[in-house]
Design a protein around this ligand. Structure first.
Ligand code: PEP
Length: 255
């Protein structure tokens, strides 16, 4: 069965690139060139997460079929929040997406489940689409807490949301991010399936069916096809490899 058939596969594959705090105008021009050259599978939605200072430049230089995401935004419209970016500012420069709750924000910047939930709710209210990241640390996995952690992070967001239409969840095991250690396709599938079942039971059966769950953590051109073949993996969030031409292969991973 081809996963590309829209009837068999109601959830459109979605691949995000998270450039993190990387890039210069020169490097970004190179990335824009390989993204434009593609070819990118038209059955896949593509979004790139760009450092704040380059967002407008990238939005103005990429074709409209490639989405652009902020890597963070705050839970207020404006005011005395030095260093923060408002969702209204992203909208003002035609940026339609934001990545929230990335593990680097959680771990390095001490963002809590509660703050992340507030940010997700506020960004959605202001008309952004959100990639909301969840995932366990190595210690949590080794102590058998993967599902507990991922469910709790998702529930924190659910408690502040009415509508999940514009949300993509990125399941990103922290131990796999930037480490070269990818979850096996089965490990990733197990968590995605369990999370979808949790959502069906606790948030809504229709939401569980339609919500797209990306896998993130050392995805490369070499491992993406096997991961993309898993029934509950609806796309990827890609860090390091999104800066390289192999990102095109990752976008095209679904066979
Ligand atoms: C990420 O930054 O979300 C990520 C998954 O990084 P990497 O692909 O480099 O592991």
């Amino acid at each position: 069965m081809s996963a590309k058939c829209p009837d068999e596969c109601p959830r459109k594959f979605v691949v995000g690139g998270n450039w993190k705090m990387n890039g210069s105008k020169k490097q970004i021009d190179e990335i824009i060139s390989f993204l434009k050259a593609g070819p990118l599978d038209s059955n896949t939605e593509v979004v790139v997460g760009v450092p704040a200072v380059y967002l407008e430049y990238v939005r103005n230089n990429l074709p409209a079929n490639i989405g652009v995401a902020g890597q963070n935004c705050y839970k207020e419209e404006k005011g005395a929040f030095t260093g923060e970016v408002s969702p209204l500012m992203l909208k003002d420069i035609n940026v339609d997406w934001v990545i929230l709750g990335h593990s680097e924000r959680r771990q390095i910047f001490k963002e809590t489940d509660d703050l992340i939930a507030d940010k997700v709710a506020f960004a959605l209210e202001k008309g952004l689409k959100v990639i909301a990241c969840v995932g366990e640390t190595l210690e949590q996995r080794e102590s058998g807490k993967t599902e507990e952690v991922v469910f709790a992070q998702t529930q924190a967001i659910a408690s502040k949301l009415k509508d999940w239409t514009n949300v993509v969840i990125a399941y990103e095991p922290v131990w796999a991010i930037g480490t070269g250690k990818t979850a096996t396709p089965q490990q990733a599938q197990d968590v995605h399936k369990a999370l979808r079942e949790y959502i069906a039971k606790n948030i809504g059966a229709d939401i569980a069916k339609s919500i797209r769950i990306q896998y993130g953590g050392s995805v490369t051109g070499a491992n993406c096809v096997e991961l993309a073949a898993m029934p509950d993996i609806d796309g990827f969030l890609v860090g390091g490899a999104s800066l390289k031409p192999e990102f095109v292969n990752i976008v095209n991973a679904r066979q």
